[in-house]
Design a protein around this ligand. Structure first.
Ligand code: SF4
Length: 383
């Protein structure tokens, strides 16, 4: 079987714990970071990976570790790779963490894309969501990255934050555009279990924007970014249109295309040979399991029905949607046989549209996102 050409590598350490976050992460102080990085490299090498098209180092916060540690892990991961094959190597970073030494390490590595967790430019809101950076540090990080030669920079912003108004969102969008970078991700705040925000919500202490205001914010963001020359290519993602270069996140497209990838690190997920797996976490459990030669906590062999559901669940996130002929060839069924009634219903509700071979969500559908995609979940599995 052909090996995947994408890999995700997880660095679970953070210098702060944000109030909305349910990712697999841990406060960095007193953690065995060196041991973790050695285990991570060992797990990565166990897959005998020599050719990758995309590599993504996420977290946590990869830039929470020292420049020396960063150098070690970036060097080790790419040592046996054919670098000429590697089109995109993204690292996630936080504005407060990127000092001159770390930027020098990134510049000397194979990293060619940086995704910065900005979230908002508003200092009051940054504090309110538990972030430790401020607006000035955002500009400093972008300027230093550009000065070091990085031209493929993305930032994450969150909207529908507690207490956020439409005017706040407009200010954030304007400041993001003024950075003159080619990629933006804008997520609405999702309340996750076991977060500070969820606790506050339960106690009635989280003043969230109404759903109508959130929809207005979403519409505003799309209109404004389109007018500024960005393509809205996935529910939350926008890439600058450039005739010479494709600035879409090539790695994330692998997920949305429902393709396979290696997932390495504590709590990381991967998809190999039809198996979706999840690695052990927290750190100590991960270290022990790598030492024993198997980092995995769970494995799930997908049924054909589950694969078809995922094809829709992930593919509908893309503005281009799903190729009907690709779906029919891949699964040996017609769209009509499998999803005839669902498709007719969603078309009637104006949540999806079909143009030629592509089935995609309308703007109304994109706002509802997963609620629409869930309609493609089949009632019974074929096992
Ligand atoms: S949002 Fe990012 S920086 Fe904040 S706690 Fe979660 S992983 Fe760490």
């Amino acid at each position: 079987m052909k090996k995947p050409t994408s890999a995700y590598v997880h660095i679970p350490f953070c210098t702060q714990i944000c109030y909305y976050c349910d990712f697999s992460k841990v406060f960095i102080q007193n953690q065995p970071v060196d041991d973790y990085l050695r285990a991570l490299v060992r797990e990565f090498k166990s897959y005998d990976i020599h050719q990758l098209r995309t590599l993504y180092m996420g977290g946590g916060t990869p830039t929470a570790i020292t420049a020396e540690q960063l150098d070690y892990v970036l060097t080790e991961l790419t040592k046996e790779l054919d670098i000429s094959m590697l089109e995109e190597f993204t690292i996630e970073a936080n504005p407060g963490d990127l000092d001159a030494d770390k930027i020098a390490v990134l510049k000397n590595s194979a990293v060619n894309r940086v995704s910065l967790g900005v979230q908002t430019f508003n200092n009051k809101h940054l504090k309110r969501i538990g972030r430790s950076h401020n607006e000035r540090q955002i500009y400093e990080s972008i300027d230093s990255l550009k000065a070091a030669g990085f031209d493929n920079i993305s930032i994450d912003l969150i909207y529908a934050l507690p207490g956020q108004t439409m005017a706040d969102v407009k200010e954030n969008v304007a400041k993001a555009l003024a950075l003159d970078i080619p990629h933006l991700s804008l997520y609405s705040l999702i309340l996750e279990h076991h977060t500070v925000f969820m606790n506050k919500m339960r106690r009635g202490k989280l003043n969230l924007p109404t759903e109508d205001l959130e929809a207005e914010m979403f519409d505003y963001i799309i209109a404004e970014l389109k007018a500024a020359g960005f393509e809205h290519y996935e529910i939350a993602n926008f890439a600058k249109l450039d005739p010479k270069r494709d600035f879409k996140s090539q790695h994330n497209l692998v997920y949305w295309d429902n393709a396979e990838y290696f997932g390495v690190g504590a709590g990381a997920s991967g998809y190999l040979e039809g198996v979706r797996y999840r690695n052990r976490g927290p750190i100590q459990h991960y270290l022990k399991s790598v030492a024993e030669g198997n980092a995995r906590l769970s494995e799930e062999v997908l049924t054909k029905n589950e694969m078809m559901e995922e094809e829709f669940f992930l593919g509908l996130r893309k503005k281009s949607g799903i190729s009907i002929s690709r779906f029919e060839t891949k699964f040996g069924v017609t769209l009509e046989q499998q999803y005839g009634q669902v498709v007719r219903d969603l078309l009637a509700e104006e949540l999806i549209q079909i143009e030629g071979d592509q089935l995609r969500m309308t703007q109304k559908g994109l706002f509802l996102g997963d609620t629409v995609a869930e309609r493609f979940i089949l009632e019974e599995d074929d096992e």
